[in-house]
Write a new protein. Structure first.
Length: 246
């Protein structure tokens, strides 16, 4: 693969002229042919670098309160993803606005981010869609921001930039979700609803209503989960999770 450079400057030998950015875009087919012989840069699109941690809400042995219709126990995921944050706009061969760009790929040499709204210098409104591969930050040159597109063809256009690579955290339900919901109290009988969800869709065959006699015990169990009931009425419940689902 050919080493990356600052700007692409292709010469049409038959005419002896140097191509501007506009010519590069116009003669992208010629650039692609030259890149066959000269090598090209391919931006990996193998997805973002993610760190996923699964845990329960609420934590074990924590005294909590829930209202009727709220979950007593659920499993969630803490997802850490990498994003490119451009602090100062770039106005060169390509225009890159300040903002946040999610990661779409990586390898041992670079990180690749989705080039949302990247424009050429030819127009204030023209967005490069065809052949755009992404914004790239190379591990050995973290202060440069590169635009990789097959319209340029041989090497990416790289510019000094004011940007950082940061971690973004989101909390989301697991794809396969088990939940317990508080449904109220009738006399000394506590009513609990069990639900399963797959990709946010309820599984009707895995829904159940259960009742527990608090005169017998203030510990209730379902699918391996164990809850200690401290007090409960038709407005809400105070409890601790002693053990999560199996």
């Amino acid at each position: 693969m050919k080493a990356r450079g600052k700007y692409l400057n292709i010469k049409l030998i038959t005419k002896g002229i140097s191509m501007s950015l506009k010519d590069k875009l116009r003669y992208s087919a010629a650039a692609a042919l030259l890149s066959f012989f000269s090598g090209c840069i391919t931006a990996p699109t193998n997805g973002p670098e993610l760190t996923v941690t699964h845990y329960d809400i609420p934590e074990i042995n924590m005294e909590v309160t829930a209202n009727v219709g709220e979950y007593l126990l659920e499993k969630v995921s803490r997802v850490e993803a990498t994003a490119l944050v451009v602090h100062t706009p770039i106005d060169a061969d390509f225009k890159v606005a300040a903002g946040e760009y999610p990661q779409i790929g990586y390898d041992g040499e670079k990180k690749v981010f989705r080039a949302i709204g990247v424009k050429t210098a030819l127009s204030k409104t023209q967005i490069v869609d065809d052949g755009l591969q992404g914004l790239v930050v190379y591990n050995d040159k973290p202060n440069e921001l590169c635009v990789v597109t097959s319209l340029v063809g041989i090497t990416p256009s790289c510019f000094p930039g004011h940007h950082t690579i940061e971690t973004r955290v989101s909390i989301r339900p697991d794809n396969f979700q088990k939940t317990l919901m508080y449904s109220g109290r009738v006399g000394n009988r506590l009513r609990i609803s069990y639900r399963e969800f797959l990709n946010d869709l309820a599984r009707p065959a895995f829904q159940n209503e259960a009742e527990y006699d608090l005169d017998e015990s203030n510990i209730i169990s379902y699918q391996g989960a164990r809850l200690e009931i401290i007090r409960a009425d038709n407005n809400g419940i105070v409890y601790k999770v002693l053990k999560s689902f199996n």
